[in-house]
Design a protein around this ligand. Structure first.
Ligand SMILES: [Zn+2]
Length: 322
């Protein structure tokens, strides 16, 4: 397999602050230089987790800034009508927050690596679709996507938008009554912190319009397995790569941890970027205890410097928060 060689590895660009990121200290530059040296000339698989999207304002279950909470399990969701009702009432308020979120510098850096033909693809544990919005094309949404709903019986897939309209029709006063409660905190996975027992008890949950079956957001709940075809697609990406970068994942769940494990088994390098410990630290060839979007931006600028007019034009158009 032919790969593009390292481009312009002449030290770190001094314009990192152009993307609105804090300038790096000497120790951080040293860590990143080591990562660039390790990754230069390699084809990358990139595995991302919630820590990448916190800079887009999406809360994380884990990590230093996480709010402790116990997410509903798949078994609770399918086994308990009252919990399902609570789930949908909260999701009806929370899902729009994900729709409003925008990709951050880290998502744009990943897309830039792909445009520069330096990646085999992206495997993400996030359901927010921000990689695709940033322009990444070869992405496996390992844990599903927030903007779709699936029928557990006939497997029909609907847009969340469509289901939101059906739920709004079934619950005409819901939005207004929820708004009257004042601001409601947003949680991870399109959850909103609605606690009103009355509002939840009144919420009417829609069934599948094709078969009447139970609907579920099309993402993987705790206690649920990632569908086998998606795992296979993810491994196909990784098998096409000769280095793995894990960005913003604590690797707490096996669905993520198996990827660095497999790379280590193949004797290939694994670079972890995460603030704080991860369950995969012992597997890492190199661990960067850095901000995820900062680190990805600097890696992309070093491994894939702007070298075409098209790339520069794209970056100018999509440069976040500028
Ligand atoms: Zn159905």
């Amino acid at each position: 397999m032919t790969r593009p060689g390292p481009l312009g590895l002449t030290g770190f660009p001094r314009h990192g602050a152009a993307a609105g990121l804090a300038p790096l200290g000497a120790a951080e530059r040293e860590e990143l230089a080591a990562a660039v040296e390790l990754l230069a000339g390699k084809r990358l698989a990139i595995l991302t987790g919630a820590g990448l999207s916190t800079d887009s304002g999406i809360p994380d279950y884990r990590g230093p800034s996480a709010v402790p909470r116990s997410p509903m399990t798949y078994q609770q969701f399918v086994g308990d009508a009252a919990l399902r009702q609570r789930y949908w009432a909260r999701n009806q308020l929370g899902w729009k927050q994900l729709r409003r979120a925008s990709p951050n510098a880290g998502h744009h850096a990943v897309a830039r690596l792909e445009r520069s033909a330096l990646t085999a693809g992206v495997i993400t544990q996030n359901v927010d679709r921000l990689h695709q919005e940033a322009g990444s094309e070869n992405v496996v949404d390992l844990h599903g996507r927030f903007d779709q709903v699936v029928c557990l019986q006939c497997k029909s897939v609907f847009s969340r938008e469509h289901i939101a309209a059906r739920l709004a029709d079934a619950n005409p006063a819901f939005a207004e009554r929820a708004a009257a409660l004042g601001p409601i905190d947003q949680g991870p996975d399109a959850d909103a912190d609605l606690e009103s027992a009355e509002l939840i008890a009144d919420f009417i949950v829609s069934g599948c319009e094709v078969c009447g079956g139970m609907l579920k957001p099309d993402f993987v709940f705790f206690g649920e397995n990632v569908p086998a075809y998606r795992v296979q697609r993810a491994f196909a990406i990784q098998n096409d790569a000769d280095a793995l970068v894990v960005a913003g994942s604590s690797l707490t769940v096996m669905s993520g941890l198996r990827f660095p494990r497999e790379m280590v088994r193949r004797g290939l390098p694994v670079v972890l970027i995460n603030r704080g410990e991860t369950r995969g630290d012992a597997l890492a060839t190199l661990k960067l205890d850095l901000g995820v979007s900062e680190a990805l931006t600097h890696l992309a600028e070093s491994l894939a410097p702007h070298n075409t007019t098209a790339d520069a034009a794209h970056s100018a158009l999509s440069s976040p928060e500028s």
